[in-house]
Design a protein around this ligand. Sequence first.
Ligand SMILES: Cc1cc2nc3c(=O)[nH]c(=O)nc-3n(C[C@H](O)[C@H](O)[C@H](O)COP(=O)(O)OP(=O)(O)OC[C@H]3O[C@@H](n4cnc5c(N)ncnc54)[C@H](O)[C@@H]3O)c2cc1C
Length: 473
Amino acid sequence: MSDAKSIVWFRQDLRIKDNPALLAATELGEIIPVYILDEENAKDYSMGGASKWWLHESLKSLNKSLDGKLNFYKGDARKIIKDLCEKNQISHVFWNRCYEPWRISRDSSIKSDIESMNIEVKSFNASLLWEPWTIKKDDGTPYKVFTPFYRKGCLNSHPPREPLEKPNNFRFTDNQLESISLDNLNLIPEIDWYKQMEPFWEIGEEGALNCFNEFLDNGISNYKDGRNFPAKRFISRLSPYLHFGEISVNYIWHEIRNGPEDRNIDHFCSELGWREFSYSQLFTNPDLPVKNLQSKFDNFPWVDNDHLLKAWQKGLTGIPMVDAGMRELWQTGYMHNRVRMVVGSFLVKNLLLDWRHGERWFWDTLVDADLANNSASWQWVAGCGADAAPYFRIFNCVTQGEKFDPDGDYIRHYIPELKNLNNKYLYSPWTAPSDVLSQAGIQLGKDYPNPIVDLSESRNIALDAFKSIGQKS
Ligand SMILES: Cc1cc2nc3c(=O)[nH]c(=O)nc-3n(C[C@H](O)[C@H](O)[C@H](O)COP(=O)(O)OP(=O)(O)OC[C@H]3O[C@@H](n4cnc5c(N)ncnc54)[C@H](O)[C@@H]3O)c2cc1C
């Protein structure tokens, strides 16, 4: 071991196991582990409320694993890192790479600052199976369609690296570092809405591992078909852990592919592939969170209606499958993927509200809010993205409920006002005769809203609007 003294800058890699930057620094000598809340550079992409709550708990857990030696700072990372280097005879700075455009540009300027001080900087890949610039078509351009991206690009390129072991022990510097406390990052929202999310999650590296093991024991064996049913637990719920790097995607990939070939495993891996595809899209199109990938959508006649938006956000649209999803989001910080597609399609194609409203609401309320996945998925739902849902694919919110929540458990759980309504009318209460409603104890418009739009009329209006910008079926 040398007398190196390294800053390990934690970002979206809040774990000890399979953490290349941490391992490299630990093998070299003394370490100064650092977390910086940098809203000065993040600006509009500062974390939403649910993510901040998650981050607070995740940092608490990471700090514990680092014997309470994690140093917290708030402000411009560029200044903070430079200052730490100047005052502490730092020899190296290590971090794992992030891929949000604002982080890429900030990190590259930090890298040149530090190098000009004759300090060595090393960055690693700790969160993707294939970094975006490594997967290209034969002609050197990025893929725009998922299947060839994943099958021809990813699976035919180098295999994802094997996970690394946990460092044995840490040597922390005894320098005085003028850091602030975790509480002083002020990550906990002022309103205590986050408290209702607490029972649903075990945040931190150990929680991530428990979540993954639970999925291996109970979810993966029926993933391919079961993943469509929101009342069932065949999905992994790993998304927030993956976003914050509490578990390594390489670890997941290798653990899961350890067994015999299986269609469920293949399907799960392809969903990890969608995550890679989102990162590739964001890398190639830095404006992905705000700008339509297909420019003809710039002329789309979006509706401006705050009343409709609020009803959607609150889960009070009168369409049970949509409201159940929006309430799941509010209560747990998560929404099942099938339902994300339904509520997204409803916002964009029945209410004709701009997809960016949906993107922003998800950004604020999802614990897995992820710039790449969220913006790529919203563009996909709206039809303006890469490999997007065609415009005429408008989810029917009633039949989606009938098909994917056939017993009505999901809807009844999140909309207890409807719990006594029989399945025939559960998905479309406005069609129920008045005696059925009154037997179920429901007065529409009082206990549960009337639908805020007529589904088939709004569908036709949407189809016309999509045709008006030149979308062809
Ligand atoms: C409108 C909309 C917005 C979305 N916003 C986000 C977001 O902010 N953050 C986010 O992580 N995912 C987002 N998704 C993708 C997907 O819904 C979630 O990743 C998934 O529901 C997370 O649940 P899970 O971990 O149980 O998934 P699983 O089915 O268990 O999948 C495992 C992992 O694969 C990745 N994955 C799965 N499906 C997708 C997908 N369609 N696109 C990209 N990656 C995927 C995720 O990392 C996920 O954790 C969004 C989807 C839609 C339709």
